[in-house]
Design a protein around this ligand. Sequence first.
Ligand SMILES: O=C(O)CCC(=O)C(=O)O
Ligand SMILES: [Fe+2]
Length: 309
Amino acid sequence: MGSESRMKLPVIDFSNLKQETATWESVKTQVSEALAEYGCFEAIFSNPKYSLVNVLQQLFDLPLQTKLLNKSNTTYHGYIGQHAVVPLYESLGISDALVPGNIEAFVELMWSHNGNPTFCESVRSISEELLELNKIVRTMVLENNGIKKYLDEHIDSTNYVVRFQKYDGPKTNETELGLVPHIDMNTLTILFQDDVTGLEMQKKDGDDWIETSPNSFIVMAGESLRAWTNGRVHAPFHRVMMTGDKARYSIGLFAVPKSGYIVTAPKEMVDEEHPLLYKPYDYVEFLNYYYGEASKTSPNALKDYCGVV
Ligand SMILES: O=C(O)CCC(=O)C(=O)O
Ligand SMILES: [Fe+2]
């Protein structure tokens, strides 16, 4: 019936936002409602200055051997591509991308001869914007739940992976799967896409998929934020669907619990109405389980791993 395309995610305006103002309070309420109901929203934040094609095409056009040089100690952060299930999809990630020197090291690996200062600058600038939005949203989540005293600890509990995605256009009349439906297991993800869209978010209850807007920042909670807030925040399924000839590019900032940090819902999050959902877990150990034994499309991977009931 085409009703899917008419559904929209909540859109929240973060432009010119200052703490301790009436606008901050109102935006905070919108964030609380959107994350409880959808686990995600579209953010108006800054005027995107970049065409992702301009920034990312040169990266994905590098020879496969070069892209494969981007290895990492976890499956999730290096080069991913050439998979039979999602042949349109490729991605490259930079672990701890906001630690000084790491974007440069990535660029050095990819363009060893003369580097690529323009790429470096664009990625740094986009990443810093996404980081700022990430901090605002996480501050609001804690304020909404009356646990702001944990803010420093919470912000300090994650590292940041910046990941670049490319999805080829299927170049047929069909709509094809770009990325399989999944829930992000990390804490918070912010994606930026330009005018080639394709990211779809699943409604909390039901099978409907909500399309996302062109030139948008999409903020979504992962399982680890759901666990930490003891279920107050929803972690949504999402997928990428591709049509037409044009390739789609996206950039994501993934806040990821640090190795050795134990994800535990603060005691204030647990009461009679909200019994503890998950036992404390080490994210990196959970990921090993997730990429090893568990089916990645299981909505219950974390529950199977450390659910209380
Ligand atoms: O490219 C996108 O917009 C989605 C990527 C995604 O969901 C992921 O990498 O977890
Ligand atoms: Fe995802």
